[in-house]
Design a protein around this ligand. Structure first.
Ligand code: GUN
Length: 298
């Protein structure tokens, strides 16, 4: 049996169309569009390409978009002042500071300076707390976990009562997605287990999973025999394992042995093309939500 592929590339297009439609409606009715600013410090090539794609996508869905590029030696105080300026700017609904930041800047201090009601990354402790409480409290779920949940739901996977096993306990993927899947309500209501590098028997836990979410950052960590037949497998890993000599592009592998796993799983995300395209999509969704909260129509 070959698993159904859960294509983030296709689901992204579906969601971006929904966002664009809503943006057009709000513009017609309220005369405003969502505003997103991305702050990029320095010239890290990966960060530049992420920010460029974020701005391009924001433009595509009809947002006001600002890319604010700052020199690598900007002082922490100047960066905090810049965030304060955007916190006070009424036309801006989402502020994103691209990470990582240079070493002389305290990343935590910078992220905590963003107004929680404009924190579309969902990294501010207030939003982490709101996510933990769940339900109507949640404003901005972090983008990668939100994208994972969309993939699960839109692929028609049953979550209520499902055994969800999350491999990895990072603050940006493992912990929040585990929290989201155990909340009450549609797309959640699951029984959740988190496993990590100190777990005694990874295989034992993975084999129990109806939905297996892997965010460990270890290429090929999950072996086919760890997968329950028919399970939904979400591979968050993006590991560069080499360079294609012809194209010069990085060769990417997930955390799951894809070729073998697809013969056992019921559905599975490919790498690339699965979870990856969802992160920026959910950033757009959060920015739209931010404006909707402000207009009282969320
Ligand atoms: N750097 C890599 N991924 C991300 C992200 O999702 N948000 C921010 N702000 N920086 C990143």
């Amino acid at each position: 049996m070959s698993a159904k592929l859960i294509m983030g590339t296709e689901i992204r297009e579906e969601i971006l169309k929904e966002i664009k439609r809503e943006v057009d409606e709000i513009k017609a009715k309220h005369g405003v569009v969502p505003g997103l600013v991305t702050i990029l410090v320095g010239e890290n090539p990966a960060s530049i390409s992420y920010v460029t794609l974020k701005i391009k996508t924001a433009h595509q869905v009809g947002f006001k978009e600002i890319q604010d590029s700052q020199p690598v030696d900007i002082s922490e105080a100047a960066l905090l002042a810049l965030i304060d300026k955007y916190n006070k700017d009424d036309s801006i609904n989402g502020i994103l500071v691209q990470l990582p930041l240079p070493k002389h800047v305290d990343e935590k201090k910078v992220l905590n300076a963003i107004d929680p009601d404009k924190d579309v990354d969902g990294f501010h402790p207030v939003n982490v707390g709101r996510l933990m409480i769940g339900g109507a409290e949640v404003k901005f779920p972090p983008c990668t976990p939100a994208g994972i949940q969309e993939l699960i739901v839109r692929s028609g996977t049953k979550t209520s009562g499902a055994e969800v096993v999350v491999v990895g306990r990072s603050n940006i993927v493992g912990k929040p997605i585990a929290n989201m899947m155990l909340q009450k309500g549609p797309g959640a209501d699951s029984t959740v287990t988190i496993v990590h590098t100190r777990t005694k028997d990874l295989a034992f836990h993975c084999k129990r999973a109806d939905i297996l979410i892997v965010a460990a950052g270890v290429p090929g960590l999950v072996k086919p025999e760890w997968i329950k037949p028919g399970a939904c497998v979400i591979d968050v890993g993006v590991n560069r394992i080499g360079v294609n000599e012809k194209t010069g592009k990085a060769i990417l592998r997930g955390d799951v042995d894809f070729d073998a796993a697809k013969e056992i799983a019921g559905s599975i995300t490919p790498v690339p093309g699965g979870v990856g395209p969802m992160t920026i999509t959910m950033l757009m969704k959060n920015t739209l939500k931010s404006l909707k909260f402000k207009l009282g129509i969320a």
